[in-house]
Design a protein around this ligand. Sequence first.
Ligand code: ADP
Length: 478
Amino acid sequence: MNILSVASEIYPIVKTGGLADVTGALPGALAAHGMPMRTLVPGYRTVMAALGGGRRVVRSYPEFYGGPAAILAAEAAGLDLFVLDAPHLFDRPGAPYGDGTDFDDNWRRFAALGKAGAEIAEHGGDGFLPDLVHAHDWQAAMTIAYMRYANARSVPTVMTVHNLAFQGQFPASIFPLLGLPDAAMSVDGVEYYGGVGFLKAGLQGASAITTVSPTYAQEIRTPQFGMGLDGLLNARAADLHGIVNGIDVDVWDPQTDTLLPAPYGPRTLQKRQRNRQTVEERFGLDQDGAPILTVISRLTWQKGMDLFAEVLDRIVAEGARVAVLGSGDHALEGALLSAAARHRGRVGVVIGYSEPLSHLLQAGCDAILVPSRFEPCGLTQLYGLRYGCVPIVARTGGLADTIVDANEAALSAGVATGFQFAPLTADAFLQAIRRAMRCHREPSVWATIQRQGMKADVSWNRSATRYARLYDTLASDV
Ligand code: ADP
């Protein structure tokens, strides 16, 4: 069974968030199920630069959404790729979606990606004819609309929502430029609140919808989390599944991680001390025995970073040290930098994006704070589990599904892996931090929580089995 995955990011070639981790890991995990997966990605500069010499032209188009384009087949970083090579759309400096503000022609760029996906679904290429198409997020969602309205072959589709906050909504004026039949501009098609909704089109047309945790799958059916799509998602509830993400346990393995000054395992937790010293040096923290809490995050409202900035003084007053790695909202960056200036030696902040530092923090800090307002799955708490960096998380979405709260019952049964709090208030957040710090003062209790987390199966095996089962079911329904 051949699976075509369509995505705007794939680790390690192009990544702005967790989506890339998922699309990068899924092909490897599905290979074990005998399901070859190839991924179609945009030919951004970084992608074109990553392709080796073995690229093959699968189809070419003199005119494709405003310029010449080709679909290439290639291998890069151990991944089997199709690449939409369209320089007028993707050969630009900077981030995938625009620097600071979104590119004006994002609708065209990702309509083109969708059309390319539909072309491969219809004609195949490079000896690969898809039996199922899996589209990720709004950037890939139009694949499903084009397949539905323009293709002769009937191929089942899966639409995965990694974050409902990003929907790809555009004015109705783009509709005539999409090359879809008039019938597509309907409630049943791509029309969304009078405009065109890319994600909406995918959700409407997909054979099945998945999102990245069971709790988020329930939450998005409510007005509070549904972001305007709760009605549609309720109507499609029978086809909506929550499958928690795994992580790449080879990239994230504290025993073999070459990015760490001192690799370690569950029985050699004392070696974390050297990583902690490096954290202290890199983040300008006092060298004392106080716990170090870390944040590795986009600095946004979704991630609850405003709440974090608000309680930072009180966290320091509790006696903890704090190491922050993140970038995003400029006001939040400023607030965190001024907290670091106010609390020299207690709070260290690095503004930016750094994979090596994120590994170091997970390996050297005691706990990771994830106070998200909503969190479809979340990956940093999974890395935290694996690295013995105990997660302190808001009880929402995938955070609720992946962390076992250290309440009395869980502690005495030895199954606790972290700390959850709700509602999302300063007091509840601080109370969870206090609970964690109390446990931290008892080394054997803390080590039990760390080891329990390190034992949790956060690999792709379980998730891949669930995706494979879903693909099988959909393929046998055709
Ligand atoms: P989202 O995709 O919503 O940002 P996730 O928790 O699902 O949140 O995934 C975030 C990913 O990005 C994780 O792999 C995390 O380690 C990484 N990340 C976020 N911010 C940074 C940063 N400043 N430096 C390095 N990695 C980061």
